[in-house]
Design a protein around this ligand. Structure first.
Ligand SMILES: *[C@@H]1O[C@H](CO)[C@@H](O)[C@H](O)[C@H]1NC(C)=O
Ligand SMILES: *[C@@H]1O[C@H](CO)[C@@H](O)[C@H](O)[C@H]1NC(C)=O
Length: 788
């Protein structure tokens, strides 16, 4: 079989496969246990909806031959006609809208939201949840039309540790607390139906990917198929794994995907300790584990970790894999069983996990049209409300990075020059893993439609044909356009040509002649407002613009989705007050001297290694994690916060179900001990005062600085909690944050255990800070004094 990964943008390929599989969908969706087609199925226990799912699955698997079982272990699962089971395609994508399904017929489009990196910048959990709900509503419509399945391989919750990674756009940035929260809220939105609905079935199945320590795609000859990430227990426990734990435990995701790369010599899809001990047993995944597309083949063909094809199948199954995106498990499992490399019982448990999920999605309960979500159809896709949510997500995400002299908002009466390769961007706004959007509102169109219409002129001049901006022949015409305008909007940045799957950057600078274009336009417009808009997923070194007085304002708009131009224009004209905050630090070009393959989060003074992200890196940044301006100003104060608290004992902390270390399975944890951390929640109340003249939304980012901060591998500071709030001009609002000492104030030791340090913790929000003294438990104090 052609390697899926060689068809770059695997989406193209899956589209072809899906079209083949669902061809003739006019007949409606095919479903198992269709008694109209085959009355004999009525006698089969697995079709009896009065029985429990596990009983039904057991019955079904007991009827299957070995050949039938292995045929189900791959994403393109064939039908089993003698048991009335239709073919099923497991692979759908829903990163920021329904994607990689065959658009057409009654459903030519779907709502296309901003890429997660921008949506995350809203720090708005409700928004994340609502987007998940819209994706699943539209996905159900595609299912009901017979166009696609119900298993969506989203979200991407890898930590964006390095600014060069090509897939940053898909992620929630560099912070484990933020990404963990995004994972939980988005997944619950995707999977959970309306609580008022009578259906007990899952609305959709989400997938936490790609587990774990994966954020190198293709950098200076190192690609993800061959990369062996060297990762410490400590970094796994407090950086790479927390989003996955949250996705499974808090989000109740019904699937997890292992990545391409190895971790410490072992492919993640062959790591029993990861997949079984951690994901299934410690975190309690209730669902299936899938490989990235062709990960199993990679174990044999790319790296020879598995000496034979049968070894690759056995290594993956024995490690706990249930489904192979690719074809290895269908081709080689039977031989692997015959050779004794894998037990038939493991094949049965994989097949059981897969059919259990199909049942939980209602696929064995009769015609979908008679079920809970069966009424969703074309009228529920691209609705005005869904499209408005896509605009709202962009509005809430866009980050204002600079606004000297309150240059923004601009009066609508200005004649505007809109310049740059992304000035009239359409498809670029959709980033990657994109579907077909309901419509586009480009930056230029947004400025025309949401400006004053007849009262001003808006001139468009691209300046460069594309973001690569290799030629300077269009610059002069852009300069002339800028010369006649009252104000200039430069819409610059990146596109998939520079950052995408299988493509990391080697430079953080704007590509080609972009900086020259910006400089010459700024010169021509000197003395008039110049607004620089950066469209990108990953950070860009724009220090030159930050320090240039001719460029008064800078906005970062991510890849803002189908109506990104509307949200951008509303901010530029002041119809919306920006509140987004960077989910990722922006670094100067000099950062690229660091090897991208060094996975260590902690700094290492002996090798001048500066460490990664705001939690550890103390070097120069252009903008730091959490940065973002508003048209108003906010003041914070701690209204309610404890001066001291007594932590649960170390043993109790190790017994907390949120404890990242899986070693604690060996501890003797009583129920009482397991519950101690959960019982020690405390509240912090922060008052937010809007000290400016306009209403605005504000995100409270509560950081904590532990006693040993910045020493011995302890973070400099860490985000403990966040919440966003709308405050009227001149008014004050109280934000209540619930914290847990074990989970939010703990620091992870070298062995991967998280324990709260005794001593002075500094809580901070903006300029306000509060000192919190953590006292050792009486039990620990007694142990300590006995040891003296
Ligand atoms: C802007 O892009 C849209 C969509 O591709 C296109 O229809 C329109 O002609 C473009 N506008 C200008 C002024 O080039
Ligand atoms: C484990 O805990 C139980 C109940 O608290 C106790 O009876 C038992 O002795 C403990 N075992 C060990 C090895 O500490």
């Amino acid at each position: 079989m052609a390697r899926i990964r060689e068809a770059v943008g695997a989406g193209t390929l899956v589209m072809v496969m899906l079209l083949g599989m669902f061809h003739g969908a006019e007949a409606g969706v095919e479903y198992a246990c269709n008694f109209d087609k085959d009355a004999s199925l009525k006698t089969m226990a697995f079709c009896d909806t009065s029985k429990a799912d596990d009983v039904r699955v057991k019955d079904l698997v007991s009827r299957m031959t070995m050949e039938e079982k292995v045929s189900q272990l791959v994403n393109t699962a064939v039908g089993i006609p003698r048991l009335g089971i239709p073919a099923y395609q497991w692979w759908q994508e829903g990163l920021h809208g329904v994607a990689h399904v065959p658009f057409g017929g009654a459903l030519p489009r779907a709502t296309s939201f901003p890429l997660p990196i921008l949506t995350t910048a809203s720090f708005n959990k409700d928004l994340w949840n609502q987007i998940g709900q819209v994706v699943s509503t539209e996905a159900r419509a595609f299912y009901n039309e017979g166009l696609a399945g119900l298993t969506y391989w989203s979200p991407v919750i890898n930590i964006a540790r390095d600014p060069r990674w090509g897939r940053i756009q898909e992620t929630s940035g560099e912070d484990p607390t933020t990404t963990s929260s995004y994972a939980a809220y988005f997944v619950r939105g995707m999977q959970e139906g309306d609580p008022a609905s009578s259906s007990k079935r899952l609305k959709l199945s989400a997938c936490c990917k790609h587990f774990t320590a994966y954020d190198v795609d293709n950098w200076e000859g190192v690609d993800r198929y061959h990369f062996d990430a060297k990762v410490t227990e400590q970094d796994l426990a407090d950086t790479y794994n927390p989003p996955f734990r949250s996705c499974v435990q808090d989000g109740r995701s019904t699937s997890l995907m292992c990545s391409y790369n190895k971790v410490n010599g072992v492919p993640t899809c062959a790591n029993h300790d990861f997949l079984v001990n951690t994901v299934r047993n410690t975190w309690g995944l209730d669902g299936y584990i899938v490989s990235d597309c062709d990960s199993v083949m990679v174990m044999h063909e790319s790296t020879n970790y598995s000496p034979t094809t049968e070894d690759a199948a056995a290594d993956a199954l024995n490690a706990g894999l249930d489904l192979n995106c690719g074809d290895y498990l269908a081709s080689y499992t039977e031989a692997a069983v015959q050779m004794g490399k894998v037990k038939e019982g493991r094949v049965d448990s994989a097949v059981s996990n897969l059919f259990t999920l199909r049942m939980r999605l209602g696929m064995f309960d009769g015609s979908p049209s008679n079920q809970g979500f069966g009424n969703l159809g074309a009228a529920d896709v691209c609705t005005p409300a869904h499209q408005e949510l896509a605009v709202e997500a962009a509005r809430l995400g866009i980050v204002m990075l600079k606004n000297d002299g309150n240059t923004l908002p601009l009066a609508k009466s200005n004649n505007l020059a809109v310049i740059g390769p992304n000035a009239n961007a359409t498809h670029t706004m959709l980033g990657n893993y994109e579907g077909v959007p309901c419509q586009y509102i480009t930056p230029y169109q947004g400025l025309v439609q949401f400006g004053s219409g007849d009262h001003n002129k808006v001139w468009l001049s691209q300046g460069c044909i594309s973001t690569a901006c290799q030629h300077d022949d269009l610059i002069q015409s852009a300069v002339e356009t800028a010369s006649k305008a009252d104000a200039v909007i430069l819409v610059m940045g990146l596109s998939q040509v520079h950052e995408s799957e299988a493509l990391d950057r080697t430079s953080l600078l704007l590509p080609g002649n972009q900086q020259t274009l910006i400089n010459q336009v700024a010169e021509a417009a000197a003395g008039r407002p110049v607004v620089l808009v950066i469209m990108s997923g990953g950070p860009v070194d724009i220090a030159f613009a930050k320090n240039d007085k001719r460029i008064q304002s800078i906005l970062w708009v991510g890849y803002p989705g189908q109506s990104g131009g509307q949200a951008m224009a509303e901010i530029i004209f002041g119809d919306h007050n920006p509140s987004g905050k960077l989910p990722m630090s922006w670094y100067p070009e000099s950062y690229t001297k660091i090897s991208m393959t060094n996975m260590a989060m902690r700094p290492d003074a002996s090798s001048n290694y500066p460490g990664r992200t705001y939690r550890f890196y103390t070097g120069e940044t252009i903008y730091s994690f959490g940065y973002g301006l508003s048209f108003t100003s906010f003041k914070h104060s701690f209204a309610v916060a404890p001066a001291s608290l007594t932590a649960p004992s170390v043993h109790e902390q190790l017994c907390d179900p949120h404890q990242p270390s899986s070693q604690t399975a060996t501890l003797n944890c009583s129920k009482a001990k397991q519950e101690m951390c959960a019982l020690s929640n405390f509240e912090v109340h922060v008052d937010v005062e809007n000290a400016g003249a306009v209403r605005g939304r504000h995100t409270v980012l509560l950081f904590f600085t532990p006693p040993s901060a910045g020493r011995n591998g302890t973070p400099v500071k860490e985000l403990a909690a966040f919440e966003s709030v709308i405050v009227e001009a001149g008014q004050q609002q109280r934000v209540v944050l619930s914290l847990n000492p074990c989970r939010h104030l703990g620091t992870v030791k070298e062995d991967g255990t998280r324990v709260v340090e005794a001593g002075n913790h500094l809580l901070s929000v903006g300029d306000a800070s509060h000192s919190l003294t953590v006292l050792s438990s009486l039990e620990d104090a007694a142990i300590a004094s006995a040891g003296d």
